[in-house]
Structure formats: C-alpha cells, structure tokens
Design a protein around this ligand. Structure first.
Ligand SMILES: C[S@@+](CC[C@H](N)C(=O)[O-])C[C@H]1O[C@@H](n2cnc3c(N)ncnc32)[C@H](O)[C@@H]1O
Length: 227
C-alpha cells in the first residue's frame, strides 16, 4: 500500500512512522509512506492560509496549494488514490472503515490546520471525510496517525500472527474477552481456572461468553448494532 500524507507539519510523522508496527510494515515493503508539505506547493512558498470571508476567528487553509499538491500526486502516481480528508465533521472512524481502507492500494490523507479547510477543498476533491471523534484537535496530523496505525496493522503480513486482528475488539462487533499472562496469581488476584485447564474448546466458549458479557456491560450500543 502506498500512503501519501498531505500536511503542513510533515516532521510530526517521522517518529510515529519510524517505530513499532508502522516501521515493521515499511521494512517488510508492505507499505510506502510519502510525506508532502503543502507549503512547498504554495505560490510564494509561505501563504497557505488566509482570513475567512465574512469575518470570524482564525485563518482558513487556502484551496490552491492543496489542489496543486493533490493533482501533482495524482498525475505522477500509477494508481488513483483514495483521498481521505481529516475533519471533525466527517464520518466517525471505526474498525469497519479501517478494514475497508486497508484493502486500498493507494491512500492519500489530507490534514487540515488552523480553522480548517476552505470548503472547496471538501467539495472539489472527491474525498472521504473522516473524524476520529467529537472533539477538536489543533490539526489533522494526530487523526491521520490514528487512521494510518489502525489501517496498516490490518494489511496481511504486517502483524506476525495473521489471526491477531480478527480476535481484537470491534472486529466482530464485540469487545475482546479479558486477557491474562503469568503469574497465575498476583497480589491475591487469580487467573480464571478455565484458562489454566488446557481444554481449548471450553476456553474458546469462555472467551466468547466473556466477550458478549463485557460488550453488554461496557458498550451495549455495539451489541445492539450487531443484532
Ligand atoms: C482546529 S481544527 C478546525 C475545526 C473547525 N473550525 C470546525 O469547527 O469544524 C483544524 C483541523 O484539525 C483537524 N481535526 C481536528 N479535530 C479533528 C477530529 N476530531 N477528527 C479529524 N480531524 C480533526 C482537521 O483537519 C481540521 O481541519
């Protein structure tokens, strides 16, 4: 998968892309990350924002440099990228969206900053608008990192255990069952007997029951969606 990141702050990504699973995915040649600075595509290399028409606080990101950059990437690429615009007004990001995006060969993530984008960026670029939740961050960089991380770990071959993403919370609409590791007893808190029994059939049944119980307790909204 090719991932193009369109941002005013490319340096924010260097650490996250150079560590853990995102780094391993790159080393295995399963992903390629390209960082593009919107500023490099502004006419005078500086002016990427301006005051909003009609007044109001802050600065709005100008359409020209973003359009120029996006069109430049599209002209040079062999594949047509799926364009994702990070915006608090977008569709709420979720595991099913991450699963869909992980199937794309080429993704472009467009990060806003300041007061956000000139509306024509949203309407003129054929984008999927994604929000990571009902709160306002200073920029689209942290949301883009969340989307990249959730998506890349689902690309086959990225995680050592192929089954691992399938067992995690949200994959089948349920939260994950409780997990334990050694020691079997810690400060008087014991690992459930069943997990020490070696009976795999019974363990799977226990895990399924726990996942359902936990989802009903903590996130009944997920369970309601499932049935
Ligand atoms: C300060 S926000 C602008 C918020 C905008 N004025 C509004 O009220 O909708 C600047 C940028 O951060 C990003 N952003 C902030 N919160 C976000 C969220 N919850 N999900 C996705 N992107 C977000 C977007 O790219 C946005 O353009």
């Amino acid at each position: 998968m090719r991932i193009d990141i369109v941002t005013l702050f490319p340096e924010m990504f260097e650490n996250i892309l150079g560590n853990s699973i995102l780094k391993i995915a790159k080393e295995k040649a399963l992903v390629q990350y390209n960082l593009f600075n919107i500023r490099d595509f502004a006419e005078n290399r500086r002016c990427v924002d301006d005051r909003p028409y009609g007044g109001g606080p802050g600065m709005v990101m100008k359409p020209e440099p973003v359009f120029t950059l996006v069109e430049c990437i599209e002209q040079q690429a062999n594949t047509r990228p799926k364009k994702v615009l990070l915006t608090p007004q977008g569709k709420r990001f979720s595991q099913p969206i991450a699963i869909e995006l992980a199937r794309e060969p080429h993704i472009m993530l467009i990060c806003g900053h300041y007061e956000g984008f000139d509306e024509r960026i949203r309407t003129g670029l054929d984008v999927l608008e994604i929000s990571i939740g009902d709160y306002i961050l200073s920029g689209g960089e942290i949301p883009a990192m969340a989307v990249i991380d959730a998506m890349v770990r689902l690309i086959p071959g990225v995680l050592g255990d192929l089954d691992s993403p399938m067992k995690e919370s949200f994959h089948d609409g349920l939260l994950e069952y409780p997990q334990y590791t050694r020691p079997a007893e810690f400060r008087g808190m014991k690992v459930p007997e069943i997990l020490l029994s070696g009976n795999h059939q019974k363990i799977r049944e226990w895990q399924k029951t726990q996942a359902i119980k936990r989802t009903l307790e903590k996130r009944p909204d997920l369970f309601n969606k499932k049935i």
